[in-house]
Design a protein around this ligand. Structure first.
Ligand code: GLU
Length: 500
């Protein structure tokens, strides 16, 4: 197709500092969709040069999280590739080499300022109500001063020499031209005194050597874009095209969706923010993918439900809206329900199995397979199945209290009588199919002059001990005759004891 460009190379470049945030997942997803749309390459690069914040486990959380979402990478950790290594901690020599290159070409300089001097400078600037920032003291050292500092073995950082006048314009594929006054820009640190690069240097060097064609990253990096543009110019490298994705706001619309929003509750429920919180809450990866593509991008035709293949077919940056998007978490519940209803019941049963076992239930696979089609139309998340269907698996089964057995307009002796008769009829049925049970129970209702709810309600309470459940007779069929009758007998005991 005309708009396909297989030379596209994009990357997701997370810093492994903890569990994946849903905003990061959205960035990964958009890059991946873009690559897949174009038939290009999607790269996973681990930006782990900040040794203080780095955590070993989080690389695993990232790779597992992406896999769970169905986001596969063509180059990166575990899969390798021509432009590796793909973890920045393994590329440190390259960054040092290019930092030196910039110093040698007078595009960067060694800064020997001590932390004490920088702190005093900052305090002075704050006291004088000036913008804090480095005063470029070491930019103007004489060659002799530099040589003396080096000879004395003074620690240094490498700072980039930003232009001090004029303006830098960055063309953003979503936002158009963004212009920054150079006087507002800092001589940022590229290499730290421990010899490790900062984000700016490592990111630019890697994007260049990994032949990245398009950068799509979070809006918070816009202010770095002019620095990066000047770095590319200094190196004499072509800058990839760049786009900053819209920020995600928490559901109140006030403030960015952050780890702190996790405690934020809407309608009394906790808002998930980290990927594992969505997993733990029982959302499906395909629903989450569909949901996230709607956060900042639109499919068009007013459609909110679409497959990932349909999204890939259509995905491009012209449909990304630069405006901040509110996190429409209630849409996710709805969407998840849609996906659950459309799912193959065998797969749903497989997904429900760990939900019940993790909650401590011993699951009989046959019962689960029978129960799944009953739960399927009635749950929005996998976890809802616990609430709705735990009665299938509770052991030991605790019968309900008298008040829950006795329905409106009934009393305990009449309930006891009705349930005793129901038990006799159910025991005698030629088979235990839902329709057979229902016909027998309706006949009994007629004979006893009861209302439907009076007997069905008592039977539901007796067999499930829950206020709500899937349809009664289908549930009893899945439970099986022995277990259903056993439960009814337990309730009869409860009623008899109360009568004593
Ligand atoms: N390591 C940066 C992050 O964690 C990557 C930003 C970028 O994509 O340039 O967000």
């Amino acid at each position: 197709m005309a708009d396909r460009d297989p030379s596209v190379r994009v990357r997701f470049a997370p810093s492994p500092t903890g569990p994946m945030h849903i905003g990061g997942v959205r960035t990964a997803l958009f890059n991946w969709l873009f690559a897949r749309h174009h038939g290009g390459t999607f790269i996973l690069r681990i930006e782990d040069t900040d040794q203080k914040r780095y955590s070993e486990d989080s690389i695993h959380l990232i790779t597992e999280g992406l896999r769970w979402m169905g986001i596969d990478w063509d180059e990166g950790p575990e899969v390798g590739g021509e432009y590796g290594p793909y973890a920045q901690s393994e590329r440190v020599d390259l960054y040092r080499e290019w930092a030196d290159w910039l110093v040698d070409h007078d595009l960067a300089y060694r800064c020997y300022c001590t932390p004490e001097r920088l702190k005093a400078l900052r305090e002075q600037q704050i006291a004088e109500k000036r913008d804090p920032g480095y005063d470029r003291h070491c930019r103007n050292l004489t060659p002799e001063e530099r040589a003396a500092n080096d000879a004395a073995g003074k620690p240094y950082v490498v700072r980039f020499k930003m232009p001090t006048e004029g303006a830098t314009t960055v063309h953003d594929l979503i936002r158009g031209d963004i212009t920054f006054e150079n006087t507002q820009l800092q001589d940022l640190v590229l290499l730290k005194s421990d010899g490790f690069p900062t984000y700016h240097l490592a990111n630019v060097v890697d994007d260049h050597f990994m032949k990245i064609t398009h950068i799509m990253r979070a809006e918070e990096w816009i202010s770095s874009a002019p620095v990066h543009k000047n770095l590319y110019a200094g190196f004499g490298w072509e800058m990839p095209q760049i786009a900053h994705l819209p920020v995600i706001l928490n559901p109140s619309g006030k403030g960015k969706l952050s780890k702190r929003s996790a405690g934020f509750s809407e309608g009394g429920r906790k808002i998930p923010v980290l990927l594992y919180e969505f997993q733990d809450a029982g959302y499906l990866p395909e629903a989450l993918v569909n949901f996230l593509t709607n956060v900042g991008w639109s499919f068009g035709e007013d459609r909110e439900v679409f497959t990932v293949d349909e999204t890939i077919e259509r995905f491009d940056l012209d449909r990304v809206n630069p405006a901040a998007s509110i996190f429409p978490v209630e849409k996710l519940d709805w969407l998840n329900g849609v996906y659950i209803r459309e799912m193959d019941p065998t797969r749903l049963a497989q997904l429900l199995m760990p939900v019940f076992t993790k909650a401590g239930y011993e699951v009989n696979p046959e019962t689960l397979i029978g129960a799944t089609p009953l739960l399927q139309p009635r749950i929005k998340t996998l976890n809802d199945a616990l609430e709705m269907g735990r009665f299938f698996f509770v052991a030991p089964f605790e019968p309900p209290i008298v008040a829950d057995l006795v329905q409106k307009g009934m009393d305990a002796p009449r309930t006891l009588d009705a349930l005793e008769k129901a038990l006799v009829r159910l025991e005698a049925l030629p088979d235990f199919a839902a329709a057979t049970q229902e016909a027998a129970m309706r006949a009994l209702i007629e004979e006893l002059g009861l209302k439907v709810g009076q007997l069905f309600g008592a039977l539901r309470a007796a067999t499930t001990a829950q206020q709500s459940s899937p349809p009664l007779f289908e549930s009893m069929e899945v439970l099986g005759r022995d277990e259903s009758l056993r439960r009814i007998r337990l309730s009869l005991d409860v009623l008899r004891k109360a009568a004593e």
